[in-house]
Design a protein around this ligand. Structure first.
Ligand code: NAI
Ligand code: MG
Length: 327
């Protein structure tokens, strides 16, 4: 069976790391059809649209999408693209790798971030010159969907017992209260263990004792911020992959942006994008291939070649080459 993969490199180092990941996918014996499309600042300048309709339609119909990054137009690209794939959860693993200089080498976390609402629902107003407001939306249905996903996630693998609910329901009683109560009640019904940590306390505890946490379910903004914090614990943005999963399709992207300071030099670290591609493989049911890619990435991170962000002098292109040799 052929799988159609939408490939959207975007701007900056997206143009460098996406070809590296596609190269790795092409080295596997899988019947993929890659279809490339534009998004981001460059196409905005050319056509007046950061996300052309044909790119949106492609993501909405492909079996999976691999996205790089967009520059200043990022919000106009990634939010609609997540919507195109119907994504309700953003999965962000933050894991320290052997041999990589990490602030907290014992970190091995997965954030399951609600991906549709909260303060990112787009309900902002400028009331007067000096007053602006934001409406925070939390629904029982989106909280339930996230909770069901979290329960499936921890039940499908044997190395998790339960998950942690991160929230701030002591202050945002209605919104995070609904989130917390709904997630807890779904987990209780499913017989899945949960514990709870307030999001500010979590920020401190994850820095001091990351090994206390495993799978973390949280509202949209908390997931965005806390997962970037975790990136800092494991050695930087060049290593963090993510998956935006919906009921029928999904979009995979590195957590980082276009890195304008190094774009065009051929030295960007493609690891985050290649690990995102491994998540794509797992999502499409190619578990063995996904594991092979992850293992080859791990060996390559430990033994090199490494890019400059990890203290090496390899080029972006050297990395997929070494990974493919080790597959
Ligand atoms: P950034 O992630 O692009 O870069 C932050 C720092 O990390 C830079 O020093 C960069 O060189 C380094 N870095 C990031 N990825 C790297 C990699 N793969 N290898 C080596 N070093 C890497 O974040 P920044 O600078 O805040 O944003 C730059 C642009 O990217 C902005 O226009 C922003 O809007 C956009 N952006 C887009 C995102 C998306 O499309 N999903 C996400 C975040 C930012
Ligand atoms: Mg972010």
């Amino acid at each position: 069976m052929t799988h159609e993969i939408a490939v959207i490199p975007g701007d900056g180092i997206g143009q460098e790391v996406i070809p590296a990941a596609v190269e790795v996918l092409e080295a596997l014996d899988i019947d993929f059809e890659f279809v490339e499309a534009d998004a981001g600042d460059a196409v905005l300048e050319e056509t007046g649209e950061a996300l052309p309709q044909e790119t949106y339609d492609l993501a909405a119909s492909a079996d999976a999408t691999l996205f790089g990054a967009a520059g200043d137009s990022a919000a106009d690209v990634i939010l609609p693209l997540r919507e195109a794939v119907g994504s309700f959860v953003n999965i962000r693993p933050a894991k320290a790798y052997p041999g990589i200089d990490a602030v907290r080498p014992e970190t091995d976390l997965v954030f399951l971030r609600e991906n549709t609402e909260g303060v990112y629902a787009g309900l902002e107003d400028r009331l007067t010159q000096d007053v602006s407001t934001l409406t925070r939306v939390v629904t029982e249905s989106a909280s339930e969907t996230l909770a069901e996903f979290a329960c499936d996630y921890v039940s499908d693998a044997d190395d998790h017992d339960g998950f942690t609910i991160v929230h701030k329901a002591n202050v945002m009683r209605e919104t995070d209260g609904l989130f917390r109560d709904t997630v807890k009640s779904v987990a209780d019904d499913r017989g899945v263990d949960t514990d709870e940590v307030l999001m500010d306390a979590f920020a401190t505890r994850v820095c001091l004792e990351p090994e206390q946490f495993d799978v973390v379910a949280c509202p949209n903004l908390a997931g965005d911020v806390l997962s970037d914090l975790a990136a800092g614990l494991v050695g930087g943005l060049g290593l963090l992959p993510s998956a935006n999963v919906g009921p029928e399709r999904a979009l995979f992207e590195p957590v980082h942006g276009t890195a304008p300071d190094i774009a065009g030099e051929g030295i960007a670290n493609p690891a985050a994008t290649i690990i995102s591609a491994a998540m794509l493989l797992e999502y499409l049911g190619y578990e063995d291939e996904s594991e092979r890619v992850n293992e080859a990435v791990e060996v390559t991170l430990e033994e090199g070649p490494r890019t400059a962000d990890l203290g090496g002098d390899a080029s972006t292109e050297d990395v997929p080459e070494a990974i493919i040799e080790r597959l």
